[in-house]
Design a protein around this ligand. Sequence first.
Ligand code: SAM
Length: 270
Amino acid sequence: MTAGAWRAADGGTGMLSSVVPDTRDEAWLAALNDRHFANLTQSEVTRALRALSSCYVERRDKLARGGALDGAGKRAAFALFYGPQHFVLTRAIVRSLEIAANRVIDLGCGTGSAGAAAAIACGDVPVDGFDVSPWAVAEANWTYRVLGLRGRATEVNLKRLKIRAEPGGLVLASYAVNELPDEARAPLLAQLMAAHAAGASVLVIEPIARRVNLWWKGWAVSVLGAGGRADDWRFRELLPPRQRTLAKGAGLDVQEMTARTLYLPERKPA
Ligand SMILES: C[S@@+](CC[C@H](N)C(=O)[O-])C[C@H]1O[C@@H](n2cnc3c(N)ncnc32)[C@H](O)[C@@H]1O
């Protein structure tokens, strides 16, 4: 699927109107800038973004050791670039899949942006974030507050989390499952399937790179077998302007954003 455009989405392009920014997004992005550029320069953040991206793409062994978020520069780069990127991406996906939910549970919530986007797209429903990183949890709580959401993030290792999904809720895992150790994935998939059986919908978002996600095929078989769907997405020009500038500086692709999803819609009572 292809969709996107941060601006001029209503300009007869046939692109998704969902990506037109509103003032709330703009206020959040401006606050993010103030927060993270207070102690770092543009070139420090750009350098850190380059290092962080290499961590996600080439040095994945560092992820399991928490290496992605291990310094002020990388944290700022994550919050300023990947946070907004996952926000616009998640919002576009949730709207395209026409997901409706009364609450969002965000597993591996990071700075809270993907869960916040889903909560907003579902009509400003409450969001519960969970992450192993105390820094990420603090950032997620800040994100929810600045975006005016009823949200709370909690520090927990997903290996130990008991997912309490209610009927009508959405359980989201955005760019988080691939960071788990292999032995934690099967129990998590079992919990997601149980959440679905209990009446929740489930959305897993991951990068398309196949060598990163060798587990994907097995998860897709389970999700499709339970009546779900698997999609690859390609969005163009979705990034907000500040994030485009950062990405350009770090040598990342600013034109195109891709992702893949597994989605289990809420079961309707027979
Ligand atoms: C790439 S970030 C994605 C964050 C967020 N979901 C998003 O889309 O922006 C992955 C997140 O998963 C978290 N994480 C990794 N392993 C975890 C675990 N075992 N338990 C809880 N969180 C974990 C990391 O701390 C990080 O915040």
